[in-house]
Design a protein around this ligand. Sequence first.
Ligand code: ADP
Ligand code: MG
Ligand code: MG
Length: 248
Amino acid sequence: TPVLQVRDLRVDIGERTVLQSITLDVQPGSLTVLMGANGSGKSTLGMALAGHPHYKVTAGQAILDGKDLIQLPAHERARTGFFLSFQSPPDIPGVKNNLFIRTALNAVRESKGEAPLDAFDFLSGAKQGAKTLGMPITMLNRPVNEGFSGGERKRNELLQLTQLNPRVALLDEIDSGLDVDGVRAVVELVQRMRAQGTAFIVVSHYLQMIESLQPDQVLRLDQGRIAETGGLELARSIAETGFTRATA
Ligand code: ADP
Ligand code: MG
Ligand code: MG
């Protein structure tokens, strides 16, 4: 059975309907690639699932492990196992990275009935995660994303992902800003987590990465609707001929 079932989701921003009737099943350990022209609504899907207040769900459901994310306040969505890696990860001035991630992790642990990690235990896991991502340990002591380069922000999103171990992770243009080592680290991390059951939705147009990720399904969004569904061949055809090609 799917770990995430999105049903007829409609999302408005202000007065405008940006997503229409999005329906999507995500199986445990699977990988879905989401493609679509600029402004087609890819980031909106992530923001709406994460519960960002500007993105108003006006119809539909998103059932994760039997719970409708849409009915939950944003801070509880992460606890149920949904993780969003932002296209543009924000700064959180004054909040140290290690405390930020540990707080998020302990909220998730609490909801599973697990004991909170103290600073020491957390740090050993976080250091391990940072190492696999090629991040200097000193970044854990800096305020979240403050002064981080684009690629460092993306690596920091991945560090959160390694620690939170969600059921479903949506990675929004994770490759943008990452160097080749960073992209390789994404592929390795994603495949390792999939093997342990985490499902991924990956927004990307980077064909080489998409091929390495071995997607189960590829979706193309167009003006807020799923216009095409396929496999790797759909990603290849989009990479080759773009979004304006004639469709049957
Ligand atoms: P994509 O990620 O596919 O490029 P987005 O989901 O970011 O597209 O945007 C979909 C549409 O919603 C675009 O037309 C965009 O301008 C609009 N939009 C997104 N976020 C906002 C916002 N916070 N305020 C107003 N319009 C927005
Ligand atoms: Mg965009
Ligand atoms: Mg976007």
